[in-house]
Write a protein that binds this ligand. Structure first.
Ligand SMILES: Cc1cc2nc3c(=O)[nH]c(=O)nc-3n(C[C@H](O)[C@H](O)[C@H](O)COP(=O)(O)OP(=O)(O)OC[C@H]3O[C@@H](n4cnc5c(N)ncnc54)[C@H](O)[C@@H]3O)c2cc1C
Length: 503
């Protein structure tokens, strides 16, 4: 009904329900919200925002765009992209939060799974799974205010990925509506090309309306640990040793500023647990401008001797003895640990400031060099937020998925999660964007084996370079599933085509 009305309005060029935009005038709060994202750097007004209730609604919206010679469609998850990836300039934004159903199902081989709408937040799935069924997915993101469809279009990485793979490696089935308005249920064994295309596919091949995600028993408790390193060489050696064979269920880590003057970037950013204090006298004299904090977690049952297991592992690590912080939390508390930072950031105004974030995947063979030639000289004063650095294993990622990775088996996620106050209290966004460019230029000039995660490029030539060997497959899939290139225009990979399709 809504779609029919909109269709008529769009054909008449009159705008649509809650959308006076086509006819000009004040766009209204919904269109304004859909014209921006968490990055706060790029803005573009859509013509209309729709809230689909079903895959059929999504298909109807796509058919409507296909009938025009210019309309594009972007699915918007929670709008947490940082470079306009979920925007549709002058086009249709599908607010996927309206597709929020969660249902317990069992696969043919008896595996419990959650069937979740593409707009469900990971935090909602966690709440539902643990509280109602005592079960949960096993691969997460650090922050849970992201949608299932949004992270499955990228990768979904956190400290569990070294063991279970990213979120895109933990999906049993997808329901996708392609850019040609075909509703397809696909899996590794049925219509597998579309299934793998959509995973990490940057929204280019179809809109994920439902995902089937395997569930596992949620552990009752988590021992959460942080230990501090003086030298990057020791930090990466221990991190890699742990991801290749340690007992921990979660391995992450970050660089921080070796200073007490800076609460956001310095020593104070490390302690966890009530009353724990960072003791600077324990830092060996002559340490550099940055220190490194390995963050670990072990799932356990109430009556398990967790102390012994943890100590046995920690004994073998080369962190600065004494600079160890531990805390016992529930599984939900552990996975929701970033909520506190979000509240603080909302309170101090930095949540709504621009976020020119940079996420790089970089080969383990280059990570120490990267630290010495890039991190230490350029970012020694911090970035106003976390500088994550932790290893992942390529063998946990299926090469049929669309996402691209560095060549080596062990590679690191380096995530520069800038969280500054708005200018003029904080630095101007342009300065931070220029710094990102400088970092990427150094990666190029030093010949580091690297790829951008959550990539953003402005020309197809650079995208082709990004995809490298898999570019031909990406283009072929685009022609097969979104032949007029109407989907996810904010990624700036393909231009809307009136038939015939051209790359
Ligand atoms: C505070 C914060 C913390 C983060 N932490 C992590 C982290 O720990 N690990 C990690 O891997 N990433 C992390 N991210 C990045 C996050 O994975 C991406 O921003 C991702 O885009 C998810 O956000 P979203 O659901 O809001 O999707 P959006 O930003 O709304 O969309 C992202 C892209 O996917 C497309 N899309 C959205 N929904 C669908 C759908 N249903 N079907 C097809 N295409 C769709 C959009 O068109 C767009 O191109 C974080 C981001 C923020 C802001």
């Amino acid at each position: 009904m809504m779609i029919a009305y909109l269709d008529q309005q769009l054909r008449l060029g009159h705008g649509a329900e809650a959308t006076p935009c086509l006819g000009g005038g004040d766009p209204g709060p919904e269109l304004v919200a859909a014209s921006q994202d968490f990055g706060g750097v790029i803005r573009a007004l859509p013509a209309v925002v729709l809230r689909p209730g079903s895959a059929e609604d999504v298909a109807a919206a796509i058919r409507m765009a296909l009938r025009s010679d210019h309309l594009t469609i972007a699915a918007r998850g929670n709008g947490h992209s940082v470079a306009g990836q979920a925007l549709a300039p002058g086009g249709i934004v599908l607010d996927m939060r309206s597709m929020g159903r969660i249902e317990l199902v069992w696969s043919d081989d008896g595996q419990p799974c959650a069937d979740v709408g593409g707009g469900v937040l990971w935090g909602e799935l966690l709440e539902w799974g643990v509280r109602v069924h005592g079960m949960a997915p096993r691969s997460w993101t650090d922050y849970l205010g992201l949608t299932v469809g949004g992270t499955l279009s990228n990768a979904g990485i956190s400290g569990q990925a070294f063991r279970h793979g990213p979120q895109i490696a933990n999906v049993a089935e997808l329901e996708v509506v392609t850019g040609d308005a075909e509703r397809v249920v696909c899996s590794p064994s049925h219509r597998s090309d579309l299934f793998f295309a959509a995973l990490g596919g940057l929204g280019q091949f179809g809109i994920i309306t439902r995902a089937r995600i395997p569930l596992y028993r949620a552990p009752p408790l988590v021992r959460w640990i942080r230990v501090v390193y003086r030298r990057v060489e020791e930090y990466v050696a221990d991190a890699e040793w742990l991801v290749k064979g340690g007992v921990f269920d979660y391995v992450e880590g970050f660089a921080f500023v070796n200073s007490g003057d800076d609460p956001a970037n310095g020593w104070e950013s490390v302690p966890i647990g009530p009353g724990s204090v960072f003791e600077p006298d324990l830092i060996p004299p002559g340490s550099g401008p940055l220190l490194y904090c390995l963050e670990l977690a072990l799932h356990h049952d109430l009556n398990e001797d967790v102390e012994k297991k943890v100590e046995e592992m920690l004994r073998q690590l080369k962190y600065i003895k004494g600079l160890k912080f531990t805390m016992e939390v529930s599984y939900v508390e552990f996975l929701s640990r970033v909520n506190l930072s979000e509240s603080e950031s909302r309170a101090n105004g930095s949540w709504h400031a621009p976020h020119p974030w940079l996420n790089i995947l970089i080969s383990a063979s280059n990570i120490v060099d990267f630290d010495h030639n890039v991190l230490q000289p350029i970012l020694k004063d911090g970035i106003g937020g976390p500088m994550l650095i932790y290893p992942l294993l390529k063998s946990k990622w299926d090469p049929r998925m669309s996402v691209v990775l560095p060549d080596s088996e062990v590679f690191y996620l380096v995530a520069l999660l800038r969280c500054n106050q708005p200018y003029p209290v904080g630095p101007p966004a342009e300065e931070l964007i220029a710094q990102n460019r400088e970092i990427l230029n150094l990666c190029e000039s030093n010949g580091y084996d690297h790829k951008l995660y959550l990539p953003h490029y402005e020309s197809q030539t650079v995208w082709a370079d990004h995809f490298g060997r898999t570019w031909a497959r990406f283009v072929d899939r685009k022609a097969r599933y979104d032949s007029r290139a109407i989907l996810a225009p904010g990624q700036l990979i393909f231009s809307r085509a009136h038939p015939p399709f051209s790359s």
